[in-house]
Design a protein around this ligand. Structure first.
Ligand SMILES: NC(=O)c1ccc[n+]([C@@H]2O[C@H](COP(=O)([O-])OP(=O)(O)OC[C@H]3O[C@@H](n4cnc5c(N)ncnc54)[C@H](OP(=O)(O)O)[C@@H]3O)[C@@H](O)[C@H]2O)c1
Length: 295
């Protein structure tokens, strides 16, 4: 989703961009990654690949989420350094934060407590790659890895299938089907009070392009979010309005919902001079249009 949106919304002063698909370059293959970066010699590497999924997918395959993300990240960072690239922008995730960290989550609270068990494997891999980037940066004069930690994202090119969908695409698909089938009720996992921060992916791509041109001033580790959160119930209600679903909601409290709140601090990003601009209603409307055109 992030990579395709970057290509769909290029920066004004767009550099030459290489964006190999998995069939062209399997990032778990260390030698292939080394060969590719050695041959292409990029100035900047944006690491936006990984095994990514929602709670269900993470719980079903912690081994895959841990190993693949660690392996891909390690291969990309080490090969980038050895290819002579000077700048790497690495993407983290707010699941790197301890489950009991105080909200809003500040970048310095990583590794200060235990992780949320439902996606621990994924989080450990993300932390491992971020720390590897930090160590490599401090042991080299002309190679730097900076990690951006986006809050949850949604938008075009998101995954809408049942196993892999994150909250927003899952909600849009569920409400769309319920409306089509005339269902009177839709089930929400949990009691609907957990709070989450979601950003329209177009806002993140704008930030990532800017990271390329304003890399030196960019902090080594920085959150990227909208600076406010909504309850799960809020997301369902706003999405229902957009989809045109008029039924009720029922709550299944036997299902896992993860952390109670996850709101990233936007202070560092504001100091760097960046702010997300897409409002939730507008972002959900665009995402629903994408879903309808591509389902
Ligand atoms: N989505 C979110 O809400 C969110 C929130 C915070 C942070 N992030 C971070 O942002 C980054 C991008 O996420 P996303 O939502 O764009 O994920 P995505 O849509 O799943 O895209 C991940 C991409 O990585 C590719 N990939 C996976 N394994 C690969 C391999 N071995 N070799 C080559 N390519 C491989 C996938 O290829 P295939 O299409 O072939 O599978 C896919 O194109 C990730 O680091 C993620 O942790 C995402």
């Amino acid at each position: 989703m992030v990579g395709r949106n970057m290509l769909a919304h290029p920066a004004g002063d767009m550099p030459d961009v290489l964006a190999p698909s998995r069939s062209e370059l399997d990032l778990t293959d260390e030698n292939a990654v080394r060969r590719y970066l050695h041959d292409m010699r990029p100035d900047v590497v944006i690491h936006a690949a990984g095994k990514v999924g929602g709670i269900k997918a993470n719980m079903a395959d912690p081994v895959g989420f841990y190993l693949q993300n660690l392996q891909i990240g390690t291969n990309v960072l080490l090969a980038a350094r050895d290819s002579g690239a000077k700048k790497v922008i690495n993407l983290g995730s707010t699941c790197m934060y301890p489950r009991h960290a105080e909200n809003p989550l500040v970048e310095t609270s990583i590794l200060t407590g235990e992780l949320e068990p439902t996606n621990e494997g994924y989080a450990l891999a993300k932390i491992g790659v971020q720390r590897l980037g930090q160590y490599l940066s401090s042991s080299s004069l002309d190679f730097e890895v900076k990690t951006i930690i986006p809050c949850n994202l949604y938008g075009p090119f998101d995954k809408f299938d049942e196993l892999n969908a994150h909250l927003i695409p899952a909600v849009l698909r569920k409400l769309h089907l319920a409306r089509e089938q005339g269902d009177e009720a839709v089930t929400i996992w949990g009691d609907g009070t957990a709070r989450r921060e979601f950003m329209y992916v177009g806002d993140l791509t704008g930030l990532l392009w800017r990271c390329c041109s304003d890399f030196d001033r960019l902090p080594p580790l920085m959150n990227a979010g909208i600076g406010r959160d909504f309850s799960i119930k809020d997301y369902y209600e706003i999405a229902a309005e957009i989809v045109g679903y008029k039924g009720r909601f029922v709550y299944d409290t036997s299902q896992p919902t993860g952390m109670k709140q996850k709101l990233a601090s936007s202070e560092l990003a504001a100091e760097w001079g960046w702010k997300a601009k897409t409002d939730l209603h507008e972002g959900l409307t665009r995402t629903y249009e994408y879903f309808r055109a591509n389902q």
